[in-house]
Design a protein around this ligand. Structure first.
Ligand code: ATP
Length: 257
């Protein structure tokens, strides 16, 4: 299991500071949900942790700075599924998901039977097996989103960073994807960091939550600490009613003003 820590993370895009001095700490095997209004900086935070954009500050996995790692080493530790990546329209679902095995394939080598088996099994678990030979340009939005997740899961990294993994999915597939991530987390000890717009889903799956506002941490703690009517009103401008589920996890219900 891998601990993820970050401190003093700041990101400047086009001269604008969009993330300021953000810190986070996720124990190995835990699930952190990052929430916040549109434009708050959630995706930017995930991209910084994934190392796909320049940042100042430090990201540490099990105490090792990810800056010190070669790209292949980092990809074996950390898998990132972006919110809406540009996908090569002519590539098949199977070949795209297989790209997740790149950090395990020797330079100038070919994928092994095991690489193909791992890929096929992830596609199966995400209901994507019937699409394996289909070109990415011929998928629905929800199917595409599951393929992006598949590529990240095929990577079999101990840390999984998922940017809005459920936005394009129907209810059944939202539940299927989050349950699958949770099962992998429990079975393999994955450490999960997701951004999630659906606050109820975030409250149901996360061990801890972080509310980002204007590029800064506005609140963090347990789902019950962060999902309060007051904080949601202040940072989303939404009126909600919070209920407590049987397991003490908060439910968030929109109320008409
Ligand atoms: N290349 C860029 N140059 C300048 N500003 C940018 C750039 N990319 C993003 N931003 C700004 O950075 C801020 C944070 O964006 P980010 O995508 O991290 O927000 P978010 O919280 O993920 O939002 P959403 O919920 O809408 O996906 C936004 O104000 C956005 O307009």
């Amino acid at each position: 299991m891998s601990d993820v820590r970050a401190h003093d993370l700041s990101v400047v895009l086009d001269t604008r500071t969009v993330l300021s001095d953000v810190g986070l700490q996720v124990r190995g095997g835990d699930w952190l949900a990052v929430i916040g209004a549109n434009g708050a900086g959630k995706s930017t935070l995930l991209k910084a942790v994934a190392g796909v954009l320049p940042y100042s500050g430090e990201v540490l996995i099990d105490g090792t700075s990810v800056r010190r790692l070669k790209p292949r080493e980092r990809a074996r530790l950390l898998a990132y599924a972006p919110q809406s990546p540009v996908l090569p329209a002519d590539m098949t679902v199977f070949d795209y998901a297989l790209l997740g095995r790149t950090p395990y394939i020797p330079y100038l080598g070919r994928e092994s039977r095991r690489d193909r088996e791992v890929t096929a099994s992830v596609l199966e678990r995400l209901d994507l097996a019937p699409f394996a030979g289909r070109a990415l340009g011929r998928l629905s939005g929800g199917e595409r989103q599951r393929v992006v997740l598949a590529r990240a899961l095929v990577q079999q990294a101990p840390v999984l960073l998922l940017d809005e993994p459920t936005t394009a999915l129907d209810l059944g597939h939202q539940q299927q994807v989050l349950e699958l991530v949770d099962r992998l987390r429990l079975a393999d000890g994955l450490t999960v960091v997701t951004t999630l717009h659906d606050l109820s889903l975030a409250g149901q799956y996360a061990d801890s939550m972080m509310l980002i506002s204007d590029g800064r941490v506005a609140a963090s703690g347990s789902p019950a600490d962060v999902l309060t009517e007051k904080l949601i009103d202040a940072h989303f401008g939404a009126r909600v009613r919070i209920t407590s589920g049987p397991d003490g996890r908060p439910g968030v219900h929109l109320e008409r003003p």
